[in-house]
Design a protein around this ligand. Sequence first.
Ligand code: DAH
Length: 339
Amino acid sequence: MKEQIEQIRQAAAAALDSAQDAQQLEDVRIRFLGKKGELTAILKQMGSLSAEERPVIGQLANEVREDINGRIAAKGAEIKKAQLEKRLLGEKIDVTMPGVQPLIGHKHPLSIVLDEIKEIFMGMGFDIAEGPEVEYDYYNFEALNIPKDHPARDTQDTFYIDDNIVLRTQTSPMQIRFMEAHKPPFRMIAPGRVFRSDAVDATHSPLFNQIEGLVVDKGISMADLKGSLETFAKRLYGEDTRIRLRPHHFPFTEPSCEIDVSCFKCGGKGCPMCKGEGWIEILGGGMVHPKVLKNGGVDPDEYSGYAFGIGLERLVMFRFNIDDMRLLYENDLRFLSQF
Ligand code: DAH
């Protein structure tokens, strides 16, 4: 029996030597010291021994058990240490390596120019209003003096939700909404997205941005429109900028005009930017039609007003010399990172 116990000691030592992880270590413990383990099996046979042999074998068995336990503990510590070292090696960081620079976003060119325009108008005492992009036909057309059969609807074909609800084709419905909600006098601009069912090309997009303007007070005249928009143009393009008003037609203003600024590239001499004209059209405007004032709940006998509409994309394209409108919507970082 002595030899058997010694064999167990050796077999356990060999098994422990080749154990690689905690699980294998536990397997060794069960195999030799567990309830059904090899050493335990030997001890169960102790009853068959003589009275002299029993204490000797008992002592040896205890000694071997202690020995195996000790080896298991030592091997366990060794495995833990090796695992820790391996982990530390994997997690090692080199603090002298250059860091990864976080990408920091910045304003889109449309926002850069829009923010400038807002600043300019806020400086002239205008409020900034916002309204729905999904709009009633009534606000988008009807209340702006564009009845169902009006030819102006042809140039502003849009996306219909149903017969009475459309994606707004212009920010002008904000004129009516603002008048309904405020008592004159007031000055406001209303920037926002507008929609038309236009095919995409270098100068058209089914989605673009406008900035509406509306001023209503007693005694407002075309001179106020001209003065304010001239100030706006000078702030945006520099003090030397001049503006000119050309007669035009909009259903919701009377009289109506288009407003050109002297070319900010050549100063008016004529160049490729202004197509040799010396002037660049930047907005439409006019005196608010009495019917439109009435539709907004404002008495045209007491008040008058001027309104204007600016196309944001056009201004941005001129400002940054961008020749294709699509670039503004494609979110190509090679383009956007230039601003
Ligand atoms: N809503 C017009 C358009 O989309 C632009 C416009 C012209 C707005 C004259 C105005 C205005 O307020 O007075 O073509």
